[in-house]
Design a protein around this ligand. Sequence first.
Ligand SMILES: *Cc1c(COP(=O)(O)O)cnc(C)c1O
Length: 423
Amino acid sequence: MSSFAYRSGVLHAEEVDLRDLASTVGTPLYVYASAGFEKQYLDMTRVFADVPSLACYAMKANSNQAVVATLARLGAGMDVVSEGELRRARAVGVPPEKIVFSGVGKTQGEINYALDQDILCFNVESEPELEQISALASARGRVARISIRVNPDIDANTHAKISTGTYANKFGIPIEDAPRMYAKAAKLPGLSITGIDVHIGSQITDLAPFDAAAERLAALAVHLMGEGHRLEHLDFGGGLGVTYDPQSNSRPPEPQAYAQTILRHTRKLGLKLIFEHGRLIAANAGVLLTRVIHVKQGAGKTFVVVDAAMNDLIRPTLYEAYHHVVNVIEPAPDAPRETLDIVGPVCESGDYLAQKRTMALPRSGDLLAVLSAGAYGAVQASTYNSRLLVPEVLVKGNRFAVVRPRLSYEDLIGLDRLPDWLS
Ligand SMILES: *Cc1c(COP(=O)(O)O)cnc(C)c1O
């Protein structure tokens, strides 16, 4: 059962009534269900239970420390893409030997911090970065464990903004170039080769791209080990998609099928497998709760104006993403339905949460829940239009905690400084 369900006609997060959260904390508001993160994490680790593996949650999907701590309690490692994420992981006690560091533009400061933390692995994205990590590690008298992120030139058939595994984008090094890069890494000081890394994209909803990537990565591993490199792990990145539209008939692959696809190519190698799923763990563990301000009848169109906006959840406009929206009070089955757009108050025509939805017409003051908002939601929120950064709540059973409070207007405008010539 989903962590968000109607109980006696009212949408709950686990056992907590969303109306109570809205009145206690106010809207807009992200609400996360601990059980949602936990179930997805456990489902994904269980299918690899009979091989050495480590699930490193991709923190960029949702890096609230309460979420990170929830997963860390279960033994999760972390995939970080910045010093800030690494600091968040360390702040809640994630052991450095479970942290991998990805990203095309790690700065010197970030590399030095990660070296001092002695993390499990740097996922190296280019030749200059390889040289830089070697130089910085040598200068500090440290050894950086590295894997090289290869780009297998596979089209993951996903949205252009989240496709990463073809030669048309900036990630990794072409797979043909990998043997030369590994030979070079083996000669550079301060480096210890430990693995190979790949991440082909996000919200991937069929197995074929994973199958092709696993096949190419396994072949590369065999080749590199033949050349005398000692590999310990293969990192498959993340990217497995989730269901955003519960009414659609197509479903992304189950963890079991995903595991079979990967293991078919890799089991014989006996290497440890690392995964960096983010969306899969977090997306359906969160909703964005919002209140209807007005219902506006336009010329032949109905707009439901709500208090959440693109600055709180940018996915609809950035990725043309679909988020299912439901009324917190379950509409009667025979309630008249209308086709409408759900829009926010921001002064942009890209400010919408849903378009052309057929649903029971909400009324001013109603609470709506934008579903599947646990990943790439709050982490991409901004204060655009000088709106207060959206708060977050984590539910556990019948309990809840505000895990990021709504900041005040003093916090918001107090960050600006007037130069001396204006004050
Ligand atoms: C974004 C990202 C992930 C997570 O992707 P999901 O689609 O959320 O699973 C994993 N690894 C790297 C390197 C990433 O950039």
